[in-house]
Design a protein around this ligand. Structure first.
Ligand code: 5AD
Ligand code: SF4
Length: 514
């Protein structure tokens, strides 16, 4: 197809509140779309309306799209967090229901979707590199559908750049309208025009989207969508919309279903899981209440991510302290050890409050392992403020930490702050921080030496196919020799060698618990 002749039929739904749109199969969506292109708008995305979010249980593949994928293959490349991984499971589920098959080989694919991450600039650069790489493939095979979805699609600058520089992209959709994929794909396949549909405002919660889960041992369960915290550096509240909780009964049913299907380890997902339930207007219900219910389900391990220290309440700690399937691993992002930086980040807690909370958790759950997220080089961060972060790391004795150099995100308040910290200084701080993280991780692992730990066997090690790998309840990676039959079971392993990032061990009990 001649790209110059390629017209852009762009559809965008702009600023439409969830109250305006009750997505259902019988509804004519066209009334919400403008015929000319209107880009996504972060300012619209920032607005938090009071409209109720509807929960819809009637997702179906439209009749004219059923079976349309017969004999065709799709490939989804996923970037970023677990939320994106989980969205990709939904996207794959929809495509499989349409008759497509999945493939890992790009050359064999009829549809390639990039499910993107906007959290830092380097994540975006990777995606633009990949979009560029797909151009020759598209030229060679004009029937190939190239799609971009996920958080980057929610950004006006990204959509404009694709429109201007990458006309070989056929389809752009966002995080709020995944359930619209069958119709969008139909437009992309049959019209051969670039289809852009990005909703700046979040839509409804769609409960029964098909899902093609990646694994059979570990499963993700979304408990809420969006984030209302608006940390000043973060793009997520703009790309993922306002906080919307799933109904507890729907979450519980999904966990029960996974338990019945043999899953052993469940991660409850949300951008700010501790705010779970705050938007459920007809009930007083929080994450602690939800965990109390899930505790009773016969599944060996349950964890959640990501926590915000501000909303982590006593009831949740009480429930976690009961143990059982509530694992003793808490990922509690702190971001910085300096009160001045925390204030500029609008994290809404102090270092002292964070440590007090962590100590409360440690008292209730003595063997709890803590991990965290840290940003270095926030605008104007001083050496002293950075050293506050180092000292907090030591004080907390984290098992490990995800560490990042601050990346300005267009449209966020921090991106407007002047910044006097040179990139070399930021890089050097990251190195110093990482050296400390390594040191702490190695020291914490050493404490496991000679101990017997419960390991959930996940599969064969990626590095050595003679070796199996699994994780402890505290999420430590353990490598050991064993039989494939133990994959998916819980076994006892004695730690023989503690390394910086993993443990080696030997099986002390060969028969696993199924
Ligand atoms: N720059 C660097 N790191 C960021 N994070 C979020 N936004 C940014 C940004 N603009 C980090 C935070 C968060 C993790 C998921 O990503 O540490 O907890
Ligand atoms: Fe971003 Fe997390 Fe802050 Fe929400 S709580 S704005 S997702 S860093």
């Amino acid at each position: 197809m001649n790209e110059d002749q390629k017209k852009q039929q762009v559809k965008a739904m702009e600023g439409t509140s969830s109250a305006d749109v009750k997505s259902d199969q019988n509804k004519d969506y066209s009334q919400y779309f403008q015929t000319s292109y209107t880009p996504p708008d972060l300012k619209q995305a920032k607005k938090r309306g009071k409209e109720d979010v509807s929960i819809l249980y009637n997702f179906d593949i439209p009749e004219d799209m059923q079976g349309i994928g017969k004999g065709k293959k799709f490939l989804i490349r996923t970037y970023g967090c677990q939320m994106n991984e989980h969205d990709s499971e939904n996207i794959a589920g929809i495509l499989l229901q349409m008759g497509f098959e999945s493939t890992a080989v790009a050359e064999n694919a009829d549809i390639i979707l990039l499910n993107t991450c906007a959290i830092r600039e380097n994540a975006e650069n990777k995606v633009f590199g990949e979009i560029g790489n797909l151009k020759p493939m598209k030229l060679e095979n004009p029937g190939l559908i190239v799609g971009v979805c996920g958080c980057m699609s929610q950004e006006e600058s990204v959509v404009n750049r694709i429109l201007q520089k990458h006309p070989h992209v056929d389809l752009i959709f966002g995080t709020h309208n995944i359930h619209r994929l069958p119709d969008l794909l139909k437009n992309a396949i049959f019209s051969k025009e670039m289809v852009v549909e990005v909703w700046s405002k979040e839509g409804d919660i769609i409960e029964n989207m098909p899902r093609a889960r990646k694994g059979k041992i570990q499963g993700w369960v979304n408990i809420m969508y969006g984030c209302d915290k608006f940390c000043t550096y973060c793009i997520v509240p703009y790309t993922r919309g306002k906080e919307r909780s799933r109904r507890p009964e729907d979450v519980i049913e999904e966990v029960r279903h996974l338990a019945r299907s043999g899953y052993k380890d469940i991660t409850l997902l949300g951008q700010n899981v501790n705010a779970y339930g705050k938007d459920l207007v007809d009930m007083e219900y929080g994450l602690g209440d939800l965990m109390e219910e899930i505790r009773k389900i016969d599944i060996p391990r349950v964890r959640f991510t990501t926590s915000h220290p501000r909303d982590f309440d006593d009831h949740l700690i009480e429930v976690l302290a009961k143990g059982g399937n509530m694992v003793e691993h808490i990922h509690l992002p702190v971001q910085s050890g300096s009160n001045a930086v925390l204030k500029l980040m609008a994290r809404k807690y102090t270092r002292e409050h964070y440590v007090e909370l962590a100590n409360k958790i440690k008292t209730a759950i003595p063997h709890a392992s803590f991990t965290t997220d840290i940003i270095v080089g926030f605008p104007n961060e001083t050496e002293e403020q950075f050293e506050d972060t180092l000292s907090l790391m030591r004080e907390m004795n984290y098992d490990s930490a995800y560490t990042y150099i601050y990346s300005p995100r267009d449209g966020t308040p921090a991106a407007k702050m002047e910044d006097n910290v040179p990139m070399e200084v930021k890089k050097e701080r990251l190195q110093r921080l990482n050296a400390l993280v390594n040191e702490m991780s190695a020291a914490n692992n050493l404490a496991y030496q000679g101990k017997v730990v419960e390991v959930l066997v996940e599969g064969v090690s990626k590095k050595n196919e003679d070796v199996l790998m699994g994780r402890t309840r505290t999420n430590k990676l353990v490598n050991f020799r064993g039989t494939d039959a133990s994959i998916g079971t819980l076994i006892q392993v004695k730690v023989t060698n503690a390394k910086t990032w993993s443990l080696d061990g030997e099986v002390v009990e060969t028969v696993g618990v199924n």
